[in-house]
Design a protein around this ligand. Structure first.
Ligand code: SAM
Length: 294
């Protein structure tokens, strides 16, 4: 009886220790997951991806398609240059940079599903040797100093809150004489009106918009020179009106088939809100370029 009690107590201590170890592991695991979650919460779900590809073409999560890439890299010789695409999304632009311009590309994005699809797209295009799309965390870029020839971006940096830190990082990873060339969605210098707030609500994405003028100042503060800033709001305003019309006409049935009637109606309203803020000049798509002194 005495021995049985001692064995029982020992067993009890053992299970207590075991549960402590389990708890410790659980805490460690939870801390790890929370830390990773703090980095980024995915926002581009399957429905949004399907909708955006319907409107803007396979592999694109922003307007303009191949022509938009041409406009951003206009006049640059990218043959065998190493281009870093920050916010590569589904990788459609990276395929164009490699096939049409002969660039080597590193694409970074913070959303796992997008990167997975980008990698599959690159594989299908037979470009695995030239294009590498990778999952990254928001914050410091996972690249060495002076590693790339060009930093490229298309409508992605709108999601980045600390623009000073971001452009400093872009400057750091560029080689001397390197080029930053990109497009992004900018805001006007007026406070947001109700239409803009409604547009944000419809979009449901985290946006940290800035004015084109501020981008210019930040680029200068980070050490960039020969900065050019180009407002292209009028171009996209016209295109968005056509998209809005198509969503109610030729694209309507395709949208219903892919997303259902409710979501089709939701996105038509989303696009109406988009055309309103473009019309009012509150949303101002732009392109910009800057150089790291050689
Ligand atoms: C509008 S999409 C544009 C994607 C792609 N550039 C295109 O035009 O198809 C914005 C992209 O930025 C990515 N993104 C958001 N925050 C980011 C960050 N901190 N670093 C890199 N990419 C980010 C999103 O996951 C998304 O793929």
């Amino acid at each position: 009886m005495h021995n049985v009690t001692r064995v029982g107590i020992r067993f009890h201590i053992f299970t207590l220790k075991l549960s402590h170890v389990k708890l410790w592991h659980w805490d460690f695991y939870r801390e790890y997951v929370e830390l990773n979650d703090a980095g980024h919460e995915d926002e581009y779900d399957d429905t949004l991806i399907a909708l955006l590809e319907l409107i803007w073409g396979e592999g694109f999560l922003s307007p303009g398609g191949p022509q938009a890439v041409r406009d951003i890299v206009k006049g640059l010789d990218l043959k065998d240059k190493l281009v870093l695409d920050i916010g590569c999304g589904l990788g459609g632009l990276d395929v164009i940079l490699a096939t049409d311009y002969g660039a080597r590309v590193i694409g970074l994005d913070v959303e796992q599903e997008l990167v997975k699809q980008a990698v599959e797209r690159v594989e299908r295009a037979g470009l695995i040797e030239r294009v590498s799309c990778r999952l990254s965390e928001p914050g410091p870029l996972p690249l060495d100093d002076e590693e790339v020839d060009v930093v490229f971006g298309k409508d992605s940096w709108i999601h980045i809150e600390d623009k000073n830190a971001f452009f400093s990082e872009a400057f750091r990873v560029l080689k001397p004489g390197g080029i930053l060339t990109a497009g992004d969605w900018m805001r006007s210098d007026k406070p947001y009106g109700n239409d803009m707030k409604y547009f944000f609500e419809m979009e449901g994405l985290t946006y940290h918009m800035d004015t084109l003028g501020n981008y210019g100042e930040i680029l200068r503060d980070c050490g960039f020179t020969e900065i050019t800033l180009e407002d292209i709001a009028d171009d996209y305003r016209n295109q968005a009106l056509q998209e809005y019309a198509a969503m109610q006409g030729p694209l309507k049935q395709q949208m219903i088939n892919a997303l259902g009637e409710e979501k089709q109606a939701f996105f038509v309203e989303n696009w109406r809100a988009l055309t309103v803020v473009l019309d009012a000049g509150e949303l101002r798509p732009a392109r910009f370029r800057a150089y790291k002194p050689g």
